[in-house]
Design a protein around this ligand. Structure first.
Ligand code: TMP
Length: 211
């Protein structure tokens, strides 16, 4: 039984997730709880996971959709077993930039190569059946998200078109509806400050730490 608390952030590309995670990092860093938190990212974080992330996002890679799915699962297995579970056992608050819901939305709904229930089972397996207590889903219309992207560099996943992004959004909407107690759906058209106030309040409530 883990003593810690697990929280994840989800959303389509360019939804403002990184901005919010950075705001949270700065807030935690300035608080007396800084040693209680661990921030990680999926895919990545572990040495093997970061290597897999490079392959997954490189424009030079062209993995088969099933290979893509297995690479995301493999990266997560490293992250969960080597980093997240030990941190939760130590009582840490682990904040993860994406987790297995991304696999269901992107590989399940958008790539659509396997039945959703199979992708859900595989995603759960890669997560060792660990579930975030709260999932902050930054919901933004994919058209607006595309317009918002400021730099011109697109990685392999960001290069996917609007239809792919819409399917990803449908996937997240399905998941949020299925698990309303755990999903915190956030209107990502609001200002970064307004969004952060909401996230901070919810995290303070969930952890009992007055951030
Ligand atoms: P990031 O840049 O937000 O960390 O995400 C990397 C990309 O990988 C992003 O386009 C979402 C995608 N992704 C999947 O397709 N499946 C997954 O399981 C995960 C975790 C991310």
């Amino acid at each position: 039984m883990n003593k810690g608390i697990f929280i994840s952030f989800e959303g389509g590309d360019s939804c403002g997730k990184s901005t919010q995670i950075n705001m949270l990092k700065n807030c935690v860093e300035a608080s007396k709880y800084r040693d209680r938190f661990l921030f990680v990212r999926d895919p990545g974080q572990s040495p093997i996971g970061e290597d897999i992330r490079k392959i997954l996002l490189s424009l030079d890679s062209q993995p088969h959709p099933l290979t893509e799915l297995f690479l995301y699962l493999a990266s997560r297995s490293e992250l969960v077993n080597k980093i997240i579970i030990p941190a939760l056992d130590q009582g840490k608050i682990v904040v993860c930039d994406r987790f297995y819901h991304s696999t269901i939305a992107y590989q399940g709904f958008a790539r659509d190569i396997l039945p959703i229930d199979q992708v859900e089972q595989l995603a759960n397996l890669s997560a060792c059946h660990i579930q975030p207590l709260k999932i902050f889903y930054l919901r933004l219309d994919p058209q607006i998200a595309l317009q918002r992207k400021q730099d011109t560099h697109f990685d392999r996943m960001e290069k996917e078109g609007i239809q792919f992004r819409e399917k990803v959004q449908n996937g997240y909407d399905y998941l949020a509806k299925k698990e309303p107690q755990r999903f915190v759906v956030i209107d990502a058209t609001k200002s970064p400050e307004e969004i952060f106030d909401k996230i901070k309040a919810e995290i303070s409530k969930t952890t009992g730490f007055d951030l």
